[in-house]
Design a protein around this ligand. Structure first.
Ligand SMILES: C[S@@+](CC[C@H](N)C(=O)[O-])C[C@H]1O[C@@H](n2cnc3c(N)ncnc32)[C@H](O)[C@@H]1O
Ligand SMILES: [Zn+2]
Length: 268
């Protein structure tokens, strides 16, 4: 069992349904169990910590289906889309990842969402002394990340979650990174407040989000996706920046590159 989840990682987790402590079941193929009766299975080394009561709404369902479908080819088309549609150099993600990893060094680094882990794989070096928690709602994305990151020496944990109901205790994360997941969240307030909740006071939060009204070609694609029930309403850069400014934080920085807002902040 040790190879699936170490005792120190188990200490960081909580039941996404009731917030209670989780323990390992006693079966031959154990689940994670909570006193509220919820059980969370391991699927090929990934823990499915999706809250039991979650029923996908039609919008979420379509977004999740699309992201599952593109997981296989994501690494090839994401950099091309970044340059051609979002008009943002992929190297911006590399800079942001390096900074966030550095802030997590010696502690726990959260990737919410991990996607396929393409940027992390390229930035993670042997000298990074971090435990990495990768969360995503797509099992296919998590599987891709798991295959990619398995040769790194760090302890890496994969959790299938709804990032708006994070199965992590308060203040256990040193650095949290969120690339391009905020715009896909059905409940952006919950997504952001959960990201802040799990970070320690003085901890680092950074990431990016696609936004409207910066690039006509990006707007054309986002309009089309939204008309097909994929992603919720996307906001302008200034709207998102205001939302981020209202979070309990200081040292808030942001910049807009094409249709992508990058941000970082420290939790008070
Ligand atoms: C466009 S991808 C970005 C992936 C990655 N961060 C990157 O930049 O390479 C968006 C990711 O967010 C995940 N996602 C969307 N909504 C989510 C939610 N509510 N909880 C967890 N993950 C979510 C999707 O499954 C997908 O992997
Ligand atoms: Zn519970």
């Amino acid at each position: 069992m040790g190879e699936l989840l170490s005792a120190s990682v188990l200490q960081l987790l909580q039941c996404p349904t009731c917030g209670g402590a989780l323990s390992l079941g006693r079966q031959r193929h154990p689940d994670l169990e909570c006193v509220c009766g919820s059980r969370y299975p391991f699927i090929d080394g990934i823990v499915d910590l999706t809250p039991r009561q979650k029923v996908a709404t039609p919008g979420t369902y379509r977004t999740e289906t699309l992201l599952d479908m593109i997981a296989g080819s994501y690494d090839v088309f994401a950099p091309a889309m970044s340059i051609g549609v979002w008009r943002c150099s992929p190297l911006r993600y590399v800079d942001s990842e390096n900074r966030a990893l550095g802030r997590g060094n010696g502690g726990v680094y959260l990737k919410s969402p991990i996607g396929t882990g393409v940027v992390l794989d390229n930035c993670l070096a042997d000298y990074h002394d971090v435990t990495i928690i990768c969360v995503d709602s797509s099992l296919k994305m998590l599987r891709k990340a798991q295959r990619k990151l398995r040769n790194h020496p760090q302890e890496v944990v994969y959790l299938k979650v709804d990032a708006a109901q994070m199965p992590l205790r308060d203040g256990v994360i040193d650095s949290a990174q969120s690339f391009n997941g905020i715009h896909a969240a059905e409940d952006r307030d919950a997504f952001l407040s959960e990201l802040l909740r799990v970070v320690k006071p003085g901890g680092f939060v950074s990431g990016s989000s696609l936004v409207r009204s910066e690039e006509p070609i990006a707007d054309a694609l986002l309009d089309r996706l939204e008309r097909h029930g994929v992603f919720p309403m996307m906001r302008s850069a200034s709207y998102l920046i205001e939302e981020l400014r209202r979070l309990e934080c200081h040292k808030f920085h942001h910049s807009v590159h094409g249709a992508v807002v990058f941000f970082d902040l420290e939790k008070d």
